[in-house]
Ligand binder design. Structure first.
Ligand code: NAD
Length: 319
């Protein structure tokens, strides 16, 4: 009987699937590395949410055959170690693109229509002072820059197309530049940043993408630009973002992800002007939690049953 450890809270749907397939299922909520080293020593598969799977922890696993991330980002797993040991790392590629895309649209509209400020006016008895909210804008006829045209970027483009806006895409790794979304244009980053009214980021965090959007990029943006980051903290330099907002270099921003999660309560980004925060929950709809839990379980089961879903494996070369 295979032993699978789920690290963190998983929706019951995935757990039921594992049990139905006669897996010895162990659930762990404790992140203490000494405890994990002991608990994982004989497991065949690990399903993981946000805890860190370091080389120190992974090297204590003597039977490990697969690690499956609940989500698509995997910067909390030491993939170099897995590569070295030829252990595949799976992600839930199909599950969360739609949920994140809907969250992006929510943030675009909440910021452009100043929903939080408007709500507070009504709540505070200032209904008649609606003219205090000076600038609300539409998406109609605007240019939207999507940075990263992968699973999520494509779902964002699909949803935006009904707003009658022009979609610009920056993704140097896309080979087929003909997409089903029209009208749209592939651009270089500088052109996109200069022309866009709305910007949304959907790329992985890496050495290349850390601080991709910093002071010099903000200086290219329109004063009316609205920037959303739901990808990973660290891609947008938060100090530079605060400066751009406070000096009204850009109009607004939305962050679902932070360079440090959770951010310190005194973190200066939290006091920036016209910004909306969400606690890294853009993929945490009820529907998506269930889909991600099932897909994590399927990724583990398929691999243990020699039916690996290669599409979901990040380090395909180890198979
Ligand atoms: P994906 O792998 O399908 O797409 C990523 C795209 O980024 C690819 O098309 C790739 O070519 C492009 N890319 C890579 N480096 C680039 C660069 N330097 N410049 C421009 N484009 C670049 O991934 P996805 O499923 O669309 O997810 C994107 C990111 O969103 C993930 O890496 C993850 O960190 C993040 N994410 C966040 C949440 C959340 O809860 N906030 C949920 C899911 C995913």
């Amino acid at each position: 009987m295979y032993k699978v450890v789920l690290l963190g809270e998983f929706h019951k749907s995935g757990k039921e699937l594992l049990k139905k397939n006669k897996i010895n299922l162990v659930e762990i909520l404790d992140n203490d590395s000494d405890y994990l080293k002991q608990a994982l020593v004989d497991c065949d598969g690990i399903g993981i949410r946000t805890s860190n799977l370091t080389e120190e922890i992974l090297s204590s696993c003597l039977n490990l055959k697969i690690v499956a991330r609940h989500g698509v980002g995997y910067d909390n797993v030491d993939i170099d170690y897995l590569n070295q040991k030829r252990i595949p790392l799976a992600v839930t590629g199909k599950s969360n693109a739609v949920s994140v895309a809907e969250h992006v649209i929510t943030l675009f509209l909440s910021i452009s229509r100043r929903i939080i400020d408007s709500h507070n006016l009504v709540k505070n008895g200032d209904f008649s002072k609606k003219n205090l909210i000076k600038k609300t804008v539409e998406i109609f006829n605007k240019k939207i820059l999507i940075i990263g045209y992968g699973r999520i970027g494509k779902e964002v483009a699909k949803r935006l197309s009904s707003f009658d806006c022009k979609i610009l895409i920056y993704d140097p790794y896309v080979e087929n530049k003909i997409t089903d979304i029209s009208p749209h244009t592939f651009v270089d980053l500088q052109t996109g940043l200069k022309e866009a009214d709305f910007i949304t980021i959907h790329i992985p965090l890496s050495v290349d993408t850390t601080n991709l959007i910093s002071k010099s990029e903000f200086s290219l943006m329109k004063n009316d630009a609205i920037l959303i980051n739901t990808s990973r903290g660290g891609i947008v330099n938060e100090e530079d973002l605060k400066m751009a907002l406070d000096e009204e270099k850009i109009l607004g921003a939305g962050l679902d992800v932070f360079s440090k999660e959770p951010p310190d309560i005194n973190d200066t980004i939290l006091s920036a002007k016209n910004i909306i925060f969400t606690p890294h929950n853009s993929a945490l709809t009820i529907e998506c939690r269930s889909r991600m839990s099932i897909e994590t379980a399927e990724n583990i089961l398929n691999h243990l049953q020699n039916k690996t879903n290669v599409d979901n494996i990040v380090n395909k070369h180890v198979l």
